[in-house]
Design a protein around this ligand. Structure first.
Ligand SMILES: [Zn+2]
Length: 308
């Protein structure tokens, strides 16, 4: 083999080795590129950082200016703000168990009379009424009597048969069956003319009661003027209705539209919130203080917060 041939052989070998090296590099590069899309390890790291212990706490952990209130779906049909009328029925409730015969519980009958010996009402509602008329007595108005309190469906049925649809509600649609309504009379005159009727019309709202069927709201309530029928809703709701001259139906509609309202009664500041509720849920209320819950008997829950 000549020297020239030897050199030529070496060059060929070198060229072959270079080609091989190039091929290996190309293959390696191709694999590396294919591997690239699996690399979003980078985004995984970012996610980990965001949820890691160094990450800032999510906003809903922090504020102490919020009430988180767990409510069950049936809360919609419980409470002092249940609307009952011709279209909305009385939901199942405990009023029958809570009502007592006032004629047999004379210790509850303070400062007023009873129309008959069958009248039943809960001790709690009787006490609220007694507290209210104690204030009336200070104004010299003290001839009150209770003419009807709690009525179950059978009692409402009997009344409906006796008085007819213009005067009595259809059984299952009377506020009296909620245990939150009472008919109040005067031993002096008809309520429309009696000092007792006039005093209640002007002052009942201060004690959580509303004249439920006033003469100028018959188109809204669908019920004739009943100056004797009062419904307990509690403060500040009775005050809000009084200030805005709203019937109960109008108040609940307005609250639903606005979602929240505030009211001050004396030294007490209140905030009222409406939330639609259709299942068990947690309400996050932007307020602090003691609170009460009530359904509206249709589609939501009202949270009443006493701020001070
Ligand atoms: Zn009534």
């Amino acid at each position: 083999m000549g020297r020239k041939q030897d050199v030529k052989k070496r060059l060929v070998w070198l060229a072959a080795m270079l080609l091989l090296a190039g091929a290996v590099y190309a293959r390696f590069k191709a694999e590396a590129d294919r591997g690239a899309p699996a690399e979003p390890a980078a985004s995984g790291i970012i996610t980990e950082t965001a949820t890691g212990p160094e990450a800032p706490a999510p906003a809903n952990h922090a504020p102490s200016s919020e009430l988180a209130i767990r409510v069950a779906a049936d809360q919609v049909h419980k409470g002092n703000l249940l609307l009952v009328n011709e279209t909305l029925a009385v939901p199942p409730n405990d009023a029958d168990d809570e009502a007592v015969n006032l004629f047999q519980h004379r210790e509850l009958v303070n400062g007023f009379g009873l129309l008959d010996n069958k009248i039943r009402l809960s001790p709690a509602m009787t006490a609220k009424f007694a507290d209210m008329i104690k204030e009336a007595a200070k104004d010299g108005v003290d001839h009150f009597l209770i003419s009807s309190g709690y009525r179950n469906d059978a009692e409402q049925e009997a009344l409906y048969e006796q008085l007819g649809p213009d005067i009595a509600a259809v059984p299952g649609h009377s506020e009296h069956s909620l245990g939150l309504a009472l008919d109040i009379g005067s031993t002096k005159a008809q309520m429309k003319d009696a000092p007792e009727g006039k005093w209640l019309k002007a002052n009942a709202w201060k004690y959580g009661f509303i004249a439920r069927y006033p003469e100028d709201k018959t188109a809204v309530t669908g019920v004739i003027d009943e100056p004797w029928h009062f419904r307990y809703v509690g403060l500040p709701h009775s005050a809000i209705m009084h200030d805005n001259h709203w019937a109960f139906e109008e108040y609940l509609d307005a609250l639903k539209a606005r979602q929240s309202m505030t009211e001050t009664v004396g030294n007490d500041a209140y905030a009222v919130y409406y939330y639609p509720v259709s299942a068990d849920t947690t309400l996050r209320v932007p307020a602090t203080g003691s609170y009460e819950l009530s359904g509206n008997n249709t589609d939501g829950v009202i949270v009443t917060v006493m701020k001070s």
